[in-house]
Ligand binder design. Structure first.
Ligand code: I3P
Length: 109
């Protein structure tokens, strides 16, 4: 599965609140491959190799949990992703259908 997602980093490993200056929303092209959610900054290009930044932004979804961010009303179609190491991301999908599809795909693995 792949598509555009806008990401906000809410908590760093061990659930520590991400500091100000690093909490802004950023747009990525996301690709779910196996247990890894790759987040590419620029538009997807099939031939392109992973950059150092891509590797840094990649998220392991093993033992992670995705759920609709029912308590977050500033933007629509937002879901939480809590990882095994207790990081927390907010992701905004382009529409409700895409949001649900990401949640389902992440939680099924
Ligand atoms: C953050 C940025 C986010 C905002 C966040 C700010 O600033 O403005 O959009 O979240 O508020 O800290 P920065 O880019 O300097 O990190 P919202 O869009 O959800 O308001 P927060 O600290 O209350 O999460």
């Amino acid at each position: 599965k792949s598509g555009f997602l806008v990401r906000k980093v809410h908590a760093d490993p061990d659930g520590k609140r991400t500091p100000r200056g690093k909490r802004g929303w950023k747009s990525f092209y996301a690709m779910l491959k196996g247990l890894v959610l790759y987040l590419q900054k620029d538009e997807y290009r099939a031939e392109r190799e992973l950059t150092e930044e891509d590797v840094k932004n990649a998220v392991s979804i093993h033992h992670s949990l995705a759920m609709r961010a029912a308590d977050y009303s500033k933007r629509p179609n937002v879901f939480y992703l809590r990882t095994a190491d207790w990081r927390v991301f907010l992701f905004q999908a382009p529409n409700a259908e895409q949001m649900q599809s990401w949640i389902t795909r992440i939680n099924v693995v």
